[in-house]
Design a protein around this ligand. Sequence first.
Ligand SMILES: Cc1ncc(COP(=O)(O)O)c(C=O)c1O
Length: 464
Amino acid sequence: MLRVFNTLGRKLEVFEPVNPGRVAIYVCGPTVYDARGANLFQSPTGYFAVMLDPYEIRKDFPILSTGVIYLDNAATSQKPRQVIEAVARFYESVNANIHRGIHRLSREATEAYEEAHEVVARFINARSWREVVFVRNATEAINLVAYSWALRNLREGDEVVITVMEHHSNMLPWVAVARMRGARVKVVGLKRDYTLDYEELERALSERTRIVAVTQASNVLGTIVDARRVARLAHEVGAICLVDGAQSVPHMPVDVRALECDFLAFSGHKMLGPTGIGVLWGREELLEGMEPFLYGGDMIREVRYRGGAIEASWNELPWKFEAGTPNIAGGVGLAEAVRYLQRVGMEEVRRHEEGLVRYALKRLSELEGVELYGPPPELRCGIVSFNVEGLDPHTVAALLDQRGIAVRSGFHCAQPLHEYLGLTEGTVRASFYLYNVKEEVDALAEALEGIAAIAAQAAGQRAL
Ligand SMILES: Cc1ncc(COP(=O)(O)O)c(C=O)c1O
């Protein structure tokens, strides 16, 4: 059951049963509505707040009813029925290509796809939906900036600054374009508590720095980076700042204006949306000044054949960067995912995950032979990486899988970070989302206790 609290003052009143028919509810100021817009409650004294109830939320995710304990959310999230149905509905009753037909279906598909940009723009507080470019994923978003901005703006001797925590997707595009331009990629390290070394970052910046590309949350350590501080430092030396939001946008409130960054990249599939749809947000004046990344249909204003030559001019934002038929149904699904997250509230998602991480760190730190990596819960997103003494990460993941628990093992596309930390075989990673519950953390802890005991026993026998 979804619990709804009156938030006026400090006293919280519980209204039960709030959601007897299990219909989705929406909280809007002092009124609570059901999914059809019917007024469920009127607060006599103030505003309502919704407390995330993961047990209720789980019912929206068909795959969770198979019994899997899904702790691989940093790789991709599961999808709620609402998103699955929105995609199916699109194909069943709206499907047509966009911006190409004047028939009804094409108009409706165009409207749905454009509205999806607006929904995402509001979610991240963009100034305009024209700043929201739909791409395949965070990887493509970062490559777009690397090729369309950095390749054209970097000169020999220029520098790109990244951190050692970056996912390969926010590392290799910079390495590639820097190599092409004779520029250099500088890598900033961590402090002993696994947080970013901001002093080292300041020392790394200079008038040669053109771009600072930093993750807002590490996909291995969970470390949350103060991206606004990084953006301000970048701007002080005249550089621009790209924030990799692949692990932050799905899990906490992200406001591009508050961040003061220039670009933000994230993936739909990690935030309840379909695969194959992601977002690049960029400041409008920067996007306006950039050349397209991919060329073809829909990204042009006109293409002329004059005097034996082809001449082209580019479409307005964001279409200039969305060449060819886009993932229309994916956009529609992503918008539905965003609506779902907004109904729950991103503050609530963050609060829930912080609680789970706090609990997981407590349970796992009590286990013999389990080593944990990463900062304290208030400084990390819903990610806990660890190793079991005497076992390689893949073996641990396979043993957990035998017990119905899905985690990821290896380098998590962040091999340099593991090398930097001396973790030559990688780590095991449990990552949480809004539908995970304490009982799943308990199951993980109990399974690991057994696995660690077997490993210790085997090591003891070898020593004899
Ligand atoms: C921090 C971070 N950046 C970028 C990516 C790349 O995301 P995608 O594979 O969806 O492009 C990931 C994926 O795990 C990630 O965790």
